[in-house]
Design a protein around this ligand. Sequence first.
Ligand code: ATP
Ligand code: MG
Length: 332
Amino acid sequence: RLRVLSGIQPTAGSFHLGNYLGAVRQWVALQETHDAFYMVVDLHAITIPQDPAELRASTRLAAAQLLSAGVDPARCTLFVQSHVPEHSQLAWVMNCLTRFGEASRMTQFKDKSAKQGAEGTSVGLFTYPVLQAADILLYHANQVPVGEDQRQHVELTRDVGQRFNSQFGDTLTLPEAYILKETAKIYDLQDPAAKMSKSAASDKGVVWLMDEAKVSAKKFRSAVTDTGTEVRYDPVAKPGVSNLLTIYSALTGLSVGEIEEKFAGQLYGPLKTEVAEIFADWVAPFRTRVLEFLDDPAQLDAILAEGAAKAREVASGTMATVYDRMGFLAPA
Ligand code: ATP
Ligand code: MG
């Protein structure tokens, strides 16, 4: 079995629809065919300021959402990143192998730091992709299921992993990004040029999975489209409409062509209303399950503790080999 590894940040209230369609849904499918490691990446979350009580709550919420979406601890290893200290240890090693120039070329950093300015940006945000490389290399993951926005980070992981191997001998497995074309990128409903993002300046176009049904319905109904009238998939000329078609298709299993046909001769209004309804039907039972998991935090914590123990078995082995190959003196 090939090994997959992926992570999701515990920030802000809940996951958004892009996280689910671009990532979590693939996680659920891959645990059937792969040796899967999935984690809530709280160390990544602190690259921007977090309130301690909120971070703890959103870490449990993230785990509850993964379990509710179908991530099954009997079929995969589900854990919280900070419960496995080797992530921080390998990240430091990788920081020392990553060139400043290559980290500077990461577009996600450029986008996020541009919003905050140099004085408002942490060094942690700059080295975020290096921590991510450590996350992946620690488990010898072969594939990394992510959205399109993460492709560059997986490339960086390969580059630094390869650098380690050529300097210290073949040690680390070089991973590939596993990206599903159809749902690789869900766009902001208000700004279809930008990806739907947890850290968007405004969340008017972000569909949060835990929002009240009527809040999300309103977001779909007021989605930005264009001045045309034809429901047609054309990401360049009609990014807003195309985004709605992608979501519709992902949630129903209908092809985009079938949906276009269904809405032939209709304006955008009915499409928006119907996507809103389809989403509402899908999300209602999901939300119920999440709330049930959150009702029993002790059980949730126990699931995560078991996952961390399984993860550490792999991570500690990799870390010992890495230290040894680099020439660190082993403690007597
Ligand atoms: P941020 O914008 O703060 O980085 P995020 O919305 O990207 O937050 P993450 O926790 O960084 O959320 O990403 C979790 C997973 O969701 C990653 O695999 C990422 O590729 C995927 N993902 C995030 N946004 C989208 C999107 N708009 N469409 C498809 N996949 C997405
Ligand atoms: Mg992200």
